[in-house]
Design a protein around this ligand. Structure first.
Ligand code: CO
Length: 215
């Protein structure tokens, strides 16, 4: 792909947007007010806004390999903090996908170099759910299930943060777990029981003053 093509595309897109809505870029320039934070995989086939049918300004996006929310990752933690505290999003989505290279890599016994510490977060999810996963004989189905379980675990990691706990008690912020089925183009809602998870884990992970008042 030549970079020139991208610039041609860009100018065409900018003209089209401006000609259909004269105020479009002025509006974007005035600021953002997205209602949703999307945490997804960097995979080039899983394009956040496009698959959700949303436009620039509507969703705050964070992507990394296998849509992880590691406790010590300053990047994702900063994104969550900024989105919840300053943009005041009311929903956080963790979206995984089937045929995820990160999930596949984590299930292989291989030294992946600099990727090792990152993939270990996924291996930890495998360890937590080893008996269920090992009972699935079909390899593809096992990968799919790990992608789903990984989403659930990353939603739990989102809930462990103080800002999310505070926003939940302040304004009922909600956390959703989805998985994108690449071969059909469908987003599947895993129907994570956010309130149930919250009840189960808060005895251990409650770190917010408001969460303490609402015991
Ligand atoms: Co992926």
């Amino acid at each position: 792909m030549e970079v020139e093509r991208i610039f041609r595309n860009n100018r065409k897109w900018a003209e089209k947007m401006a000609s259909t809505d004269g105020d479009y870029f002025n509006r974007l320039a005035r600021g953002q007010n997205p209602d949703i934070l999307y945490i997804g995989c960097s995979d080039s086939r899983v394009s956040a806004e496009e698959m959700m049918g949303l436009h620039p300004g509507e969703v705050f996006v964070h992507r990394n390999i296998a849509n992880m929310v590691p406790n010590t990752d300053l990047n994702v933690m900063s994104v969550i903090n900024y989105a919840v505290r300053y943009l005041k999003v009311n929903s956080i989505v963790v979206c995984g996908h089937y045929k995820c290279g990160g999930i596949h890599a984590a299930m292989m016994q291989e030294d992946m170099g600099i990727l090792n510490p990152w993939l270990r977060n996924i291996r930890d999810v495998y360890r937590l759910h080893k008996s269920e996963l090992d009972s699935i004989k079909n390899t593809e189905a096992r990968y799919r299930r790990l992608a789903e379980l990984n989403v659930t675990e990353q939603c739990i990691n989102v809930i462990k943060t103080a800002v999310v706990q505070e926003a939940y008690y302040d304004r009922k912020l909600n956390v959703y777990g989805w998985v994108f089925d690449i071969s059909r183009g469908h987003i599947i809602d895993l129907e994570i029981d956010f309130e149930g998870i919250l009840r189960d884990i808060m005895d251990i992970y409650r770190i917010n003053r408001k969460a303490n008042q609402n015991k």
